[in-house]
Design a protein around this ligand. Structure first.
Ligand code: UGA
Length: 403
């Protein structure tokens, strides 16, 4: 980081990090204690991945909070600690507060302040979302702590909501659960639309024009993946179960999300008759475009099922190939360009709609594939263009589109 190089791919991040490092506004250190001592506000942003039972693993929170507490021990003056990680309700006050007091020997509300400030950025859009948030939620232990965090964000022109710490923790889970539910709703409708030869994208466009609903996150696809929605919906369901609260809606969101990749493989099968012996050009391995992240990518269950059905896969992704290769021993052939992945394959399958993949033209599919068949897990191409140029274009949420 101190050389201006982020350890993962995120559009625009490298330029921003380099600029900030060169201006002396950003520096990295492996010494947590020293970093805290040199600042007024500490944000705890470590990961909270899923444990096998779906609940959130708080070990990194505990370890970093201990370091922050030890550092606070010899900090003079008032310091505010802010939990930014996604953590179950109660974690800031039960785990973070007590650990800080224990290791610092100081008292919250007197010697140091405490807030919970959830993060709402999307991977692939992280720089834009961080600099242009819709809202900033500040859960505060007391007014003084909240004032310091609000002042930290003084240059951001968006609503700033001050609330109770547990409310801030829950706002994050509720927002992610609702977004995952919206996507799942579109996915469930996609299967109904397919039976009626109606286009789910058109249906959701009509639905989304209602200002109470809005059109975002109603794009049907192979199911939601990534490091957040699956983890957070599982965590809140596991937590609710522990406290005796039933969650039939979120249970079915998780269930439907598991079905969707299998349903996609059924569509692929319908397009070619049988998958046995077929060579599939697979476009897009990351969980969504513009990221090299493959955590919970739908590409994995889909590719596994393609092999189960007797197919072979030639895969292309602009950035995520290395990360995906580490996830599976399947004999997938990886290509650095889409032309080679498409060449002589029986059909093409699109899992995530990177710009590089969107720019492939109908004529390219016709020129390179043995049969011009494209099955899309996203609305990557204009159906009229594809169909009028002789590509057999199928996908999630539509069937036999007329042009
Ligand atoms: C998500 C939330 O959108 C962020 O607000 C949140 O801060 C973040 O989780 C987090 O908790 O840290 P992210 O996982 O980076 O962000 O990516 P999304 O753009 O939300 O996509 C998640 C998954 O949903 C992807 O697999 C994507 O393909 C899928 N998706 C998204 C759809 O299938 N349809 C849509 O309409 C939108």
């Amino acid at each position: 980081m101190n050389r201006g190089i982020p350890p993962f791919y995120e559009p625009g991040l490298e330029d921003l990090v380099r600029e900030m490092v060169e201006k002396g506004m950003l520096s990295g250190s492996t010494d947590n204690v020293d970093a805290v001592r040199q600042s007024y506000v500490t944000f705890i942003c470590v990961g909270t991945p899923s444990l096998p039972d779906g609940s959130a693993d708080l070990s990194a929170i505990e370890a970093s909070t201990r370091d922050v507490g030890m550092a606070l021990n010899d900090v003079d003056g008032y310091h505010v600690v802010v939990a930014k990680s996604t953590i179950p309700p109660g974690t800031t006050e039960n785990l973070i507060l007590t650990t800080l007091e224990k290791y610092s020997g100081k008292r919250v509300g007197v010697d140091f302040g405490l807030c919970m400030n959830p993060e709402f950025l999307r991977q692939g859009e992280a720089v834009h979302d961080s600099l242009n948030p819709d809202r900033i939620v500040i859960g505060e232990y007391d007014k003084k702590s909240g004032d310091v965090v609000e002042y930290t964000y003084k240059d951001y022109d968006c609503p700033k909501m001050r609330c109770d710490i547990k409310a801030a923790e829950l706002i994050k889970y509720a927002a992610n659960s609702l977004l995952a539910t919206k996507i799942t709703f579109a996915n469930e409708f996609s299967r109904i639309c397919e039976k009626f030869d109606v286009d789910v994208y058109e249906v959701m466009k009509g639905v989304g024009l209602d200002f109470r609903i809005n059109p975002r996150f109603l794009n049907a696809g192979c199911g939601f993946g990534g490091s957040c929605f699956p983890k957070d919906v599982n965590a809140i369901v596991a937590l609710a179960d522990c406290i005796g609260v039933e969650t039939p809606l979120l249970d079915s969101v998780l269930y439907t999300n598991k079905l969707q990749p299998m349903h996609f493989v059924e569509l692929i099968k319908d397009a070619v008759g049988t998958l046995d012996g077929k060579i599939v050009a697979f476009l897009g391995l990351s969980f969504k475009p513009n990221t090299d992240d493959t955590r919970a990518t739908r590409a994995l269950p889909i590719i596994k099922k393609l092999y189960d059905e007797g197919a072979k896969v030639k895969a292309y992704d602009p950035k995520a190939t290395k990360n995906f290769e580490r996830m599976t021993d399947l004999p997938v052939e990886y290509y650095e360009n889409w032309e080679e992945a498409l060449r002589n394959a029986d059909l093409a399958v699109v899992q995530s709609d990177w710009k590089e993949i969107r720019d492939i033209e109908a004529d390219d599919f016709k020129r390179l594939l043995k049969n011009p068949i494209v099955v899309d897990g996203r609305r990557t191409y204009e159906p009229n263009v594809m169909i009028s140029k002789g590509v057999k274009y199928f996908g999630i949420g539509w069937n036999n589109l007329e042009i």
